[in-house]
Design a protein around this ligand. Sequence first.
Ligand SMILES: [Fe+2]
Length: 346
Amino acid sequence: MIFETVATGGCRSYLIGCEQSCAGALIDPELSQIDRYIALAARHGLRIRYLVDTHTHADHFSATQQLAQRFGVPAVMHSASPAPFVELRLRSGELLRVGQLRLQALHTPGHTRDSMCLTVEDRIFTGDTLLIGGTGRTDLPSGDAGALYDSLFDGVLKLDPALKVFPAHEYKERSHSTIGEELAGNPRLQVRERGAFIAMMQNLNLTMPTHLSEALRTNMTGGKTVAQMLAEAAATVPFMSLAELKHTLEAGNDELIVLDVRERDAFEEGHVPGARLLPRGQLELRVNQELSDPTRRILVCCEFGRISTLATATLRQMGFRGAVALDGGMKAWREAGFPVKVGKEP
Ligand SMILES: [Fe+2]
């Protein structure tokens, strides 16, 4: 079996592949590592056949949907997954044939309702059900400490003690452990009485993961992250540097319309001299009155350079092919000591 671990921060994803057939599968891929997965599969001569998420992740962004679309293969999760983009929903005991390999699902609710572990040959991918020296938390949406106890003590921990454990998170750079080692040494698994286990899990008082709502929103629905929206917009627009804008203004070039898309109060506190105000929220509704010539060169600015990127992409979609986004925003403009005019529009 071809086997690779990809570690990003504390997250782990796994690539498995069948040497005989060159079929492969990716488990728990993460959005920031897309190029790495594609390169790894290519290095091993693997054709990815399945993208598998062990559960709905609440702490990072899954790349399953994007990679499944890219490879034209199914996104796979447990049948309890709420994500609409999942094409193949496994029930406990069902398996995927990855060439000669057999990747078998075991439903292990607890960390989330849709959690599953997957076994292949001598190893088990435990998602966030069982970690090395720990377990997944049960205080996030659809988590259930009693269900985790049952999944562990009536499920995973009854498997072959020699099975190698590969979790979805590992913070101490250990490659893996085994079921037997976890049973013997994992502190949480020493609490063998169900009520005590539930009480322990309910009293962990963990901090909420960063990006919790965004991760749940995107992973449950297949929607885009804010960073993706910005990256997609940025890929379709040209930018102008702060220095270039200053130089253009100093040259007295009035060919250029500077369009400030912040709200009125921010604009009146200080804007690029000569800038026009058209708040982002009114862009589509007022653009026909405000910008009558679609061939004009329009420099779009905002406070941080993000909303202006989105607004520029919108303008270009609407036919304003001369729309350019400021590379930076008014905050950086002020900090650079460049000229600012206070008050209403001219
Ligand atoms: Fe998780």
